[in-house]
Design a protein around this ligand. Structure first.
Ligand code: MN
Length: 240
């Protein structure tokens, strides 16, 4: 029985190879009894659970099929798909996870996060994050017509594409002190997150941190944690 952790697939109609890779991952890497944790940014953009695009249906069908086969699917919204909600999770046979949250895996407790909240040096981004995650903002956005939400999302992506390359590199990574505070706050010595697209294992003063990779390049990096062993980063080819 394995626990598998993936994030930052950024699924979109323009990159069908990534969707095919997810379907292959689900078919070849997950078995009944496994737990699959999707730690944010499954979609490149998600504008509300009423989205019934072919991409959304493909992903719902595939996750639903694995869930019926006995895979426990957990879904944490990221910054790109912060509007993923209960309706999508229910249709996917998944349980929504808050960001961050603690889970028991075997005899250990692990802190799971998307990772954007840990990039605490980027004050402008953290202001935006607090705003977009307010229940009132969410209600307001979800009350807008879907077409208008699409236009807002496109503008936000444009803004991010134009401004991210100009940000100093340290703003785009997690702040070690913030990681260490989170480990203390939750009383754990292991954190798994994504978001930064810098897959690696890091040692901290009070624990360790595994960073998942994105699915935008030639291979994805995910974590497999088998019962009785240590969690490890593995590669998964995007194009077979
Ligand atoms: Mn992200």
């Amino acid at each position: 029985m394995d626990s598998l952790f993936i994030s930052d697939l950024h699924l979109c109609e323009q990159r069908p190879a990534t969707t095919r890779a997810l379907l292959r991952f689900l078919a070849t890497r997950t078995r009944g009894g496994d737990a699959l944790y999707i730690l944010g940014d499954l979609f490149d953009a998600w504008l509300g659970d009423e989205d019934d695009s072919p991409l959304a249906r493909t992903v719902l069908d595939a996750l639903g099929e694995r869930s019926r086969a006995g895979v426990q699917v957990f879904l944490m919204p990221g910054n790109r798909d912060v509007l993923l909600g209960e309706r999508f999770a229910r249709r996917a046979g998944a349980s929504l996870l808050p960001d961050p949250c603690c889970r028991q895996v075997g005899d250990r407790r692990v802190l799971l996060a998307h990772g954007d909240a840990l990039c605490s040096a980027d004050l402008g981004y953290q202001r935006y994050r607090r705003w977009i995650r307010r229940p009132a903002t969410r209600r307001l956005l979800l009350a807008l017509p879907l077409a208008l939400r699409r236009r807002i999302a496109a503008a936000l992506r444009r803004h991010s594409r134009e401004h991210t390359p100009m940000k100093p590199a340290p703003l785009l990574d997690v702040v070690p002190a913030t990681v260490e505070e989170a480990l203390i706050e939750y009383g754990v010595d292991l954190l798994i997150h994504g978001h930064t697209h810098r897959p690696a294992q890091h040692a901290h003063r009070n624990g360790s941190r595994l960073v998942l990779g994105d699915w935008d390049g030639a291979e994805a990096r995910y974590v497999c944690w088998s019962a009785g062993s240590e969690p490890l980063l593995h590669a998964f080819p995007i194009a077979p």
